[in-house]
Design a protein around this ligand. Structure first.
Ligand code: TYD
Length: 207
């Protein structure tokens, strides 16, 4: 049976590295796995990502564009893949809107719930892996010259935010987890890579 799995965490939590490893490990067990990301995942979504990550805009606009990209992503990519029996792994989904636009930027939680209800009333991830790290650790990783992804590129609009923003983002994720704990696996992202992999293997064994 196909499954929809999402990866979440503050910037620098390591989720993208773990996602690549997790997807490979899952494929070795047989399922046809589609890896995608938000904002993005479709040609229009990727154009919106470019705008969202680089242009200043009002908080409401930011939330609406995130959900606009998401609607396209759900209709064009996620639902068709699930219907075809494939597994879908998305690097971020609606939890990120609650954490970043709700927690980080202070947008009313109810407005986000309304958008979620409108855009995907009948779809939620089967499982969300939340990589939790103290904000100082995440920030240090983000700025480290050893971080391949960031070594040659500048930090985007979200990554440039101050520590207080990421504390609120992290608190936003925790609030979301408290509302629906059974959907999440919370992983200590500050552990050595090998330990995280062991934990991911354990999760795969239960799927
Ligand atoms: P991220 O997933 O961290 O990609 P990369 O690893 O390539 O930097 O970048 C996406 C950014 O978008 C991240 O800072 C969080 C932000 N974001 C939101 O603010 N709201 C959302 O709903 C989503 C999906 C992402």
């Amino acid at each position: 049976m196909s499954k929809f799995i999402t990866f979440e965490g503050v910037d620098g939590a390591g989720k993208s590295t773990h996602l690549a490893w997790f997807a490979d490990a899952l494929r070795q067990r047989g399922p046809d796995v589609v890896v995608t990301r938000e904002p993005g995942g479709t040609p229009l979504g990727e154009q919106l990502r470019e705008i969202l990550l680089n242009q200043t805009m009002s908080i409401g606009t930011e939330a609406l564009l995130m959900f606009a990209a998401r609607l396209e992503h759900i209709e064009q990519v996620i639902k068709p893949a699930l219907r075809a029996g494939k597994w879908v792994i998305s690097d971020r989904f609606s939890d990120a809107s609650f954490a970043y636009q709700g927690g980080g930027r202070g947008l009313d939680w109810d407005k986000l719930s309304q958008l979620e209800q409108w855009v995907h009333p009948d779809l939620q991830p089967d499982l969300t892996l939340f990589f939790d790290v103290p904000v100082e650790v995440a920030r240090q990783r983000l700025r480290s010259p050893d971080n391949n992804r960031q070594s040659n590129v500048t930090l985007d609009r979200f990554e440039q935010e101050q520590a207080g923003f990421f504390e609120r983002v992290r608190a936003g994720y925790h609030q979301r987890i408290r509302q629906n704990p059974q959907r999440y696996a919370v992983i200590d992202g500050a552990q050595p890579l090998e330990k995280v992999k062991q934990q991911l293997e354990g999760i795969i064994a239960t799927l």
